[in-house]
Write a protein that binds this ligand. Structure first.
Ligand SMILES: Cc1cc2nc3c(=O)[nH]c(=O)nc-3n(C[C@H](O)[C@H](O)[C@H](O)COP(=O)(O)O)c2cc1C
Length: 356
């Protein structure tokens, strides 16, 4: 029995957001001194040469990262590295602090191994995040920064929001993601229209002196044809990759009593749908566009399915909540076994193995 399997019933007896905040506090305490950070690393971190991924101009020690939303304000990046994640994505960071939606706004769907959230871009804003990154320093694994807009911003203001967050936080970033796919913020305009994407990315590119990789994060709910159209825009704009996917508005096949809460669905119930989006992108680009696969990853098998469908890296949030601190090392160890079983020398060799 692992420690987390004993702690989890206690944590799950608390409201989800309270448990999340407590978990983050514990991680922040653990990363705050050298000996505790070292102890975490010794207990959890797992490295293996077959797991290394060279992508977006960086060396990722393994392909398993933490998805945006878990560490919105860059409070626990060092603890996440010590727990064995190969990279972390902070944010979504907005220009100013934002309270988000009213609580409760995060729900566990235990029977479905999922969650529904309607956080609504709550966060401390870019200045606090910048100050923290300056004080704490960046982790030793690649750091993604997910940039967002204020909920009240018009289409034009949104472009300026992205530009400002990019300007403040890009010095700390190894890649930047523009999140145009949050299903629980008010949308007064179409954030993924080609015109809007062009305006956003041309603005960011004009500020991008360090030539940082720019990616866009898309949702899981669009039909394959729309995904392909969006990919054409991404290729046309010469973006560096796609993060697929965000949470879903679908409620198909759920058993949990909380299934009727509004917001974005994550975890096991969206796994296959997200993998399909990864596959659609990879097929449409002949595997030439870097893809970060996210949605329902909670095991070596689910990470491997995304990799074989065309993802070079994967991320998780819900699987980490259900799986606890050993999640990254468990997935990474399992991945090495699966690669060996199938005769691949590395993760990189397995990317897209299932494509025709
Ligand atoms: C509580 C919660 C908050 C999230 N916040 C963000 C966010 O701020 N920005 C973002 O791009 N994605 C956010 N996400 C989406 C995740 O990054 C991820 O795309 C999605 O949850 C699917 O992955 P999972 O099934 O591993 O959770 C959030 C997800 C959850 C559960």
């Amino acid at each position: 029995m692992t420690l987390y399997s004993r702690v989890r019933p206690l944590a799950f007896a608390l409201p989800p957001e309270t448990a999340h905040d407590l978990g983050k506090r514990a991680l922040r305490a653990a990363q705050s001194t050298r000996p505790t950070r070292w102890a975490l690393r010794r207990a959890y971190r797992y490295d293996h040469p077959a797991l290394e991924v060279d992508l977006l101009g960086h060396q990722f020690p393994n392909p398993v990262g933490v998805a945006a939303g878990f560490d919105k304000n860059a409070e626990v990046t060092h603890a996440l590295e010590a727990l064995g994640f190969g990279f972390a994505e902070i944010g979504t960071v907005t220009p100013y602090p934002q309270v988000g939606n009213e609580r409760p706004r995060l729900f566990r769907l235990r029977e479905d191994e999922g969650m529904i959230n309607r956080m609504g871009f709550n966060g401390q804003g870019m200045e606090r995040v910048k100050a923290r990154l300056e004080t704490d320093g960046v982790p030793d694994v690649p750091l993604g920064v997910n940039v967002g807009k204020m909920n009240t911003s018009s289409e034009e203001e949104a472009i300026e929001d992205y530009r400002r967050v990019f300007d403040r936080l890009s010095p700390f970033a190894d890649y930047v993601v523009v999140n145009v796919s949050c299903p629980n913020t008010p949308d007064s305009f179409d954030e993924s229209s080609p015109e809007h994407l062009r305006a956003v990315f041309e603005t960011l590119e004009a500020e991008n002196d360090r030539d940082l990789p720019l990616l866009v994060k898309i949702g899981p709910d669009a039909p394959a044809d729309s995904v392909r159209e969006l990919v054409d825009v991404v290729v046309d704009l010469e973006l560096d990759g796609i993060v697929a996917t965000n949470t879903s508005t679908s409620r198909e096949g759920l058993d949990s009593p909380e299934r009727d809460e509004w917001g974005g669905l994550s975890g096991k119930p969206i796994e296959d749908r997200s993998t399909e989006v990864v596959r659609t992108i990879a097929e449409h680009t002949d595997g030439n566009l870097p893809i970060v696969g996210v949605g329902g990853v909670d095991s070596a098998g689910s990470a491997y399915a995304k990799i074989r469908a065309g993802a070079s890296l994967v991320q998780l949030y819900t699987g980490f909540v259900y799986g606890g601190p050993a999640t990254a090392s468990r997935i990474n160890r399992g991945l090495v076994t699966l690669l060996e079983r199938d005769g691949f020398r590395s993760v990189e060799e397995a990317v897209g193995a299932d494509l025709e």
